[in-house]
Design a binder for this molecule. Structure first.
Ligand SMILES: Nc1ncnc2c1ncn2[C@@H]1O[C@H](COP(=O)(O)OP(=O)(O)OP(=O)(O)O)[C@@H](O)[C@H]1O
Length: 273
């Protein structure tokens, strides 16, 4: 029995709209067009993976949605409001955890709720709820340096969840983890996603990770960063990585990425000739 049917997404209102968005980085070495005319509508509750080769602009797009970076033209809007700064409606999880090393696990997670002005009872309730959700209740008094990579990433996820965020932005969050821990955290993330109303935008290089996780895979191509294709994943959950359908989709997407890479190499060689 699939845990989540993608039918739960039908008719959900779009909450995030990226429209005609361009990003050019100017530097003394020349301009880099990181993103070229990106258009993307994301519905509430969707799990989107941004997938593409290094340099295709995945992180730049995520950082613009997070409000850390501004578009050169076009816009990203959440609930109809242009994003021009970070906000509590979006939380970001990076590959390198970005925890406060001087705070315990409990204090890292309770930091947001305390600064939101919740009562001490609400802070305790929220912190304990998310500690439990990520399976770290027994480690609440540990410091980040006393945790494994997987545990640190669980704390980072719990910290974002405790901020009562709507959109969870994840930039290759499991990229530094070993294969087994990565698979476990993917499973846990999907469980959390099912228990909450979160919209997830997840950046990855890994085709397999995207096919395991996503409702939609947005495949990007580089130089400049563009959306190459937007693929709805109809496979039931939990997904069987050894199934024929899983592998057929993985192959199709890998071929797309390879042909994108080939086109970029060809374009670069024409430019440099
Ligand atoms: N602050 C910056 N200044 C100048 N150029 C930048 C800056 N940030 C990114 N770029 C350039 O923009 C392009 C897209 O970079 P970005 O990091 O978004 O790609 P990515 O797909 O996330 O890559 P990776 O998978 O390697 O992290 C690259 O050519 C990169 O060199």
């Amino acid at each position: 029995m699939p845990k989540v049917s993608i039918s739960r997404l039908k008719n959900a209102p779009p909450i995030l709209r990226v429209a005609e968005l361009n990003k050019v980085f100017k530097s003394t070495g020349g301009d880099t067009q990181a993103l070229d005319n990106i258009n993307l509508d994301i519905e509430k509750g969707e799990f989107i993976c941004l997938l593409g080769a290094s340099g295709c602009g995945k992180s730049t797009l995520l950082r613009i949605i997070a409000g850390f970076e501004t578009a050169t033209s076009g816009e990203a809007a959440l609930y109809g409001r242009t994003i021009d700064e970070p906000g509590p409606d979006r939380g970001i999880v990076f590959q390198d955890y970005a925890l406060f090393p001087w705070l315990t696990v409990y204090e890292n997670i309770s930091f947001g709720p305390r600064h939101r002005g919740l009562s001490s009872e609400e802070v305790r309730h929220t912190t304990e709820k998310f500690l439990k959700m990520v399976g770290l209740t027994a480690f609440s008094k540990h410091y980040p340096s006393q945790l494994s990579g997987g545990m640190k990433q669980r704390v980072a996820i719990a910290r974002v969840l405790a901020n009562d965020t709507d959109v969870l932005l994840m930039d290759e969050p499991f990229g530094a983890l070993d294969a087994l821990t990565r698979a476990k955290l993917q499973e846990e993330l999907l469980e959390i996603w099912e228990q909450t109303n979160l919209t997830v935008i997840f950046v990855t290089h890994s085709v397999e990770e995207a096919v395991v996780l996503a409702d939609r895979i947005v495949v990007m191509s580089a130089s400049p960063g563009r959306i190459d294709s937007d693929i709805t994943v109809e496979l039931p959950r939990p997904r069987d990585v050894s199934s024929e359908q899983f592998n057929a989709l993985r192959r199709t997407i890998t071929q797309k990425l390879s042909s994108n890479l080939g086109a970029v190499r060809q374009a670069k060689s024409i430019i440099s000739d």
